[in-house]
Ligand binder design. Structure first.
Ligand SMILES: CC(C)(COP(=O)(O)OP(=O)(O)OC[C@H]1O[C@@H](n2cnc3c(N)ncnc32)[C@H](O)[C@@H]1OP(=O)(O)O)[C@@H](O)C(=O)NCCC(=O)NCCS
Length: 211
């Protein structure tokens, strides 16, 4: 079934479940240490925001003005359920503790939770985004969850879905971004069809809660 719709602004009230808090606890994977971002992470985070290709791919473009970059950092820390991704140990391309990127869930009252991950360019192509996402999902589904009411655009739901709907994570990814699509596919997300967001075409991936 296609997720596309000609009425993109139609929103409906739904009841679902979601995490009780945006605080994602620290966790480790084989190569990564993932923990909430702190003020001291700002200089390295800022360098990532200035990487042209990284931020174009992330959908926002490089942030060359410090004030805008700083606002983005503050938003991510306050409004997202996300973590910074750091090297857990020395490797051929990284020092222990080095900042690698960020990832987590963008989550506002009127939008289904969306996973997102951004790595500094020098760390691409080594399987780290997949390693992060698999570790993150394990933590995410095990966080305390509560019932939540939201208003969601119908294009993010199945045609018949109204009222109480099962919890899920979504990932709208631009149609030409095979690298990022691969990451969610490897983590078990399924392709729900094409969806248009602000006149751009995305593939909407989703993963239902295993609980
Ligand atoms: C998209 C992005 C997150 C991908 O990160 P990544 O770490 O390169 O992605 P993956 O985890 O899929 O790893 C890529 C490849 O590394 C290779 N690789 C090398 N060493 C590996 C290892 N030890 N283990 C696993 N894979 C390894 C694999 O070939 C893998 O691809 P495949 O499994 O599909 O064959 C990264 O390019 C990025 O941050 N881009 C900018 C921001 C962005 O686009 N974010 C997504 C939208 S919000």
């Amino acid at each position: 079934m296609s997720a596309s719709t000609s009425t993109p602004n139609l929103a409906v009230a739904i009841t679902t479940t979601g995490p009780a808090s945006r605080h994602v606890p620290q966790f480790k994977t084989e190569r990564l240490l993932c923990r909430p971002l702190v003020e001291e992470d700002w200089p390295e985070y800022h360098k990532m925001l200035q990487e042209e290709q990284t931020m174009i791919n992330a959908g926002v473009g490089p942030m060359l003005f410090p004030r805008a970059a700083r606002a983005y950092f503050n938003d991510q820390r306050q409004d997202w359920a996300s973590v910074g991704i750091f090297a857990r140990k020395w490797d051929d391309d990284v020092a222990e503790g080095e900042f690698i990127g960020t990832g987590g869930v963008y989550w506002s009252k009127d939008r289904l939770p969306e996973v997102c991950y951004v790595l500094k360019q020098k760390f691409w192509g080594k399987g780290r985004a997949t390693e992060f996402l698999n570790g993150f999902l394990e933590v995410w589904w095990n966080m305390p969850h509560i019932t939540i009411d939201m208003c969601v655009e119908t294009k993010f739901l199945d045609a018949e879905e109204r009222g109480v709907v099962p919890e899920r994570l979504t990932a709208p990814i631009k149609v030409d971004r095979d690298d990022s699509q691969n990451v969610v596919k490897k983590a078990g997300f399924s392709d729900r069809g094409e969806v248009t967001i602000y006149d751009e075409k995305y593939i909407l991936f989703r993963l239902f809660s295993p609980k």
